[in-house]
Design a protein around this ligand. Sequence first.
Ligand code: CA
Length: 311
Amino acid sequence: MDIDTAVIAHRGASGYLPEHTREAKMLAYGQGADFLEQDVVATRDGQLVVLHDIHLDEVTNVAERFGDRRRPDGHHYVIDFDLAELRTLEIVERRQPGSSRRARDGRFADDAVAFRIVTLDEEIRLIRELNRTTGRDVGLYPEIKRPDWHHRHGFDLAGALLAALDTYGYAAPDQRVFVQCFDSAELRRCREELGTRLRLVQLTENADVLTTETLGRIAQYADVVAPHYSQLVTRLHGHPAAAPLVEQIRARGLGLHTYTLRRDDPAVGGSGFERLLEVLYTVAGLDGIFCDHPDVAVRVRARLRGGDEAP
Ligand code: CA
């Protein structure tokens, strides 16, 4: 079966190791992911670091080290710290907000293992050099996190990210890089004002209603739209089938990526995970899929391509 879906390692192999650590990225690389995701936020001294949140509280020991640097809302924000300070922190497995409980039971549990915050520069260099030594071409998939927040703090995150990519020679649309953002005005700005030629991915919220009109607007500046997977599959005569949205996206000439597949998602259930992957690969015609467990996504894809266990 001809399956042409790229596996995007969501925050690395985050199902197995704390998200956005170098270790999680390297595991994903070794597991055969086609792209590694970088969520990008800025420090006080204008450095770009790879972290999912604009604050540090749920994935680092910042409260222990810099307890007096929290804002009135209780959070320690990345943009209030210099890179040298962030270098002294340790990353741990994600916690539930305001709690010491891990967000997902069963994930990496040993807080004594020291993981560090990674800069975007370090991650690009690592992937680039690994691509050279392995002969592979694993791509970058950076996300502009909360551009509005960064603008309010006087920092143009999109501009800085595109400049950083340009420094490493990522500027052409046929290169192995996608730039993603939920903020449609900022993504449009990347194309029209900042003039990037890189492929742009419009992420959409789960509850967003995507009409032919909104998709038409997205197609003016973006190459790919990435809705939540639950919006892409429906049932027809008792069998899974592509939702009408899939055809509407294709009709606009847009690529289709989706997020986020997790083996330990309670809504999916253990054995249901591989079945869900099979359905998404075979009925939705995806171009890319974000997954916390890239090894499983790669394995299911290989099985479908081999045809031995096609649904
Ligand atoms: Ca992301």
